[in-house]
Design a protein around this ligand. Structure first.
Ligand code: ZN
Length: 132
């Protein structure tokens, strides 16, 4: 009940602003006041909330993550994407947002992002809404 599933076609490594999709789910639920959980069921992708105004923030975010979690020769994971697993755990698999009067209680500069760290792939995420 009030569970919504979305799919995305991603590029190699990027942040996708999914705020409008989460808003669509909230509208469809008819719930005005409650809790919205956005969950990513993947191990090399995640969900985060960050600035939605200046596109340079996304670019700098990805640059910073690349420097924080470089692809290292010492990694043993056979799939060769350990850096992506590290980034995914760093941002986390979910975010929670309060819904108030039918709107997401996000700050002016906040957007909800699906973070792809090992694309391109077909990805999905869930939105679960609880409230009244
Ligand atoms: Zn892997």
């Amino acid at each position: 009940m009030n569970l919504y599933h979305f799919t995305l076609s991603t590029s190699k490594e990027n942040l996708f602003n999914i705020t409008s999709m989460v808003n669509d789910a909230l509208s469809a639920s008819g719930i005005k006041n409650g809790i919205v959980t956005i969950f990513c069921p993947h191990t090399t992708a995640g969900i985060t909330i960050n600035e939605n105004a200046d596109p340079s923030v996304v670019r700098d975010f990805l640059l910073g993550m690349k420097e924080a979690f470089p692809d290292r020769a010492e990694f043993r994971h056979i799939e060769g994407n350990s850096h992506a697993h590290l980034k995914a755990s760093c941002v986390g698999a979910s975010e929670t947002v309060i819904a108030e009067n039918g709107k997401l209680l996000l700050g002016t500069w906040q957007g909800i992002y699906f973070c792809e760290f090992d694309g391109p792939r077909t990805r999905s995420f869930y939105v679960k809404i609880m409230g009244e």
